[in-house]
Design a protein around this ligand. Structure first.
Ligand SMILES: Nc1ncnc2c1ncn2[C@@H]1O[C@H](COP(=O)(O)OP(=O)(O)OP(=O)(O)O)[C@@H](O)[C@H]1O
Ligand SMILES: [Mg+2]
Length: 365
């Protein structure tokens, strides 16, 4: 008999064996119902158990799938990042190539022009010298004539005086000398420009060498003089620095970019100031180009070295100057730092190791 039924019968009737027959029949029926209910419950419990197990398994499956999917997603993400980095590297390499080609051709052009100008300048200079000698000789002849003028008849003397006056002989004597002197100075200036162009492009010596950075700065300043002269004064505060192992023509490109940028940063209405400083810390040399121009807004500061980033109007800037400079300094294993405040000015500082980048595998590119 079912234990619950047994307990109730004991409670109400005492001994279950002493039940009256009709109650015993009822008890038997109830007992059967209890047993059936128990069996049903057991079955329900078992199927619930089964279902719960199945659910847990499905759940685990789903979890596993989710983890796998997450892993795949992570992998894909990593791959995407790697691809992005690779594309960036390729772009950089491509731009570097473009820029170095551009700069190499500018350098070659400059050197070519310098070479071509050198020849005519040479003979103009030498002719000017000869002209000066000839003119002195003519003056000697003239003064000999003049000493003999007193022996002339008065009519002839008057005729000579009239021609002298008409031709402004005294003025001519003075002015021809002045013209010759001025032309000589002009030629000297052109010679200096040609020399600067040559120094600047260094095409004949595109290899690592111990270079005087101050000399590079000076010749670059002469080359970009025109770009700066109407906008700013230049103050040099050169320190005592040794020669630096570098590719001078490329370092000059960096100086040029920084100087032109500084000139471009100047206010239209106010004459600016560009200060060039240099110095040494440890075995590193630094060169600083500081301007008191408009400055760089903080949100642009980490973009200025990106290729093609420019705030200049279309056609004015390519946005390659600083990215090229960055590449060149990187090739020298140096550093380029920038400090800028809007409305105050900008300072770029280049650090180069005196001994150069050490054993360079990527010598001249
Ligand atoms: N000294 C500076 N003062 C203010 N802004 C500057 C200075 N130097 C650089 N910049 C900012 O950085 C940007 C990028 O300079 P970068 O030299 O690379 O290109 P660019 O001068 O615009 O063009 P270019 O290729 O002709 O040099 C400039 O457009 C300018 O906004
Ligand atoms: Mg520039």
């Amino acid at each position: 008999m079912h234990r619950l039924l047994e307990r109730q019968i004991k409670r109400f009737f005492g001994d279950p064996a002493a039940l009256p027959p009709e109650i015993a029949a009822l008890a038997a029926a109830v007992d059967e119902a209890y047993a059936a209910a128990d069996a049903d419950r057991l079955m329900i419990e078992r199927s619930l158990d089964l279902m719960s197990k199945e659910l847990t398994e499905t759940n685990n499956d789903l979890r596993r799938q989710l983890t796998e999917r997450n892993q795949v997603e992570k992998l894909l993400l990593n791959e995407k990042e790697e691809q992005k980095a690779l594309i960036k590297k390729l772009e950089d390499a491509h731009n570097q190539l473009l820029q170095s080609e551009k700069m190499a051709s500018i350098g070659q052009l400059a050197a070519g022009v310098a070479h071509e100008i050198n020849n005519p300048i040479g003979y103009v200079n030498s002719n000017l010298g000869t002209l000066r000698t000839y003119f002195d000789q003519l003056l000697t002849v003239l003064s000999t004539y003049e000493t003999l003028e007193s022996t002339c008849e008065p009519a002839k003397l008057a005729q000579i005086s009239a021609v002298k006056k008409e031709m402004e002989l005294e003025f001519l004597k003075e002015d021809i000398l002045a013209l010759l002197k001025e032309s000589g100075e002009g030629i000297q200036r052109v010679k200096q420009i040609v020399q600067d162009l040559k120094d600047f492009s260094h095409v004949d010596e595109a290899e690592w060498q111990q270079a005087d950075l101050h000399h590079g700065l000076d010749s670059t300043l002469n080359v970009v003089h025109n770009e700066i002269k109407y906008k700013a004064d230049v103050v040099k505060e050169y320190g005592d620095i040794p020669r630096v192992e570098c590719l001078p023509s490329q370092i000059n490109q960096v100086f040029m970019n920084l100087l032109v940028n500084a000139a471009h940063a100047m206010d239209e209405n106010k004459r600016g100031l560009i200060t060039i400083r240099s110095g040494m810390t440890g075995d590193e040399v630094w060169v600083e180009i500081a301007d008191d121009g408009k400055g760089i807004p903080p949100e642009n500061l980490n973009r200025i070295f990106d290729p093609f980033f420019t705030t200049k109007p279309v056609g004015k800037g390519t946005g390659l100057g600083l990215s090229l400079s960055y590449g060149i300094i990187e090739k020298h294993h140096g550093r380029i730092e920038v400090h800028s405040e809007v409305g105050q000015g900008t300072t770029f500082r280049i650090w180069l190791s005196v001994g150069g980048p050490g054993v360079s595998t990527d010598q001249v590119q």
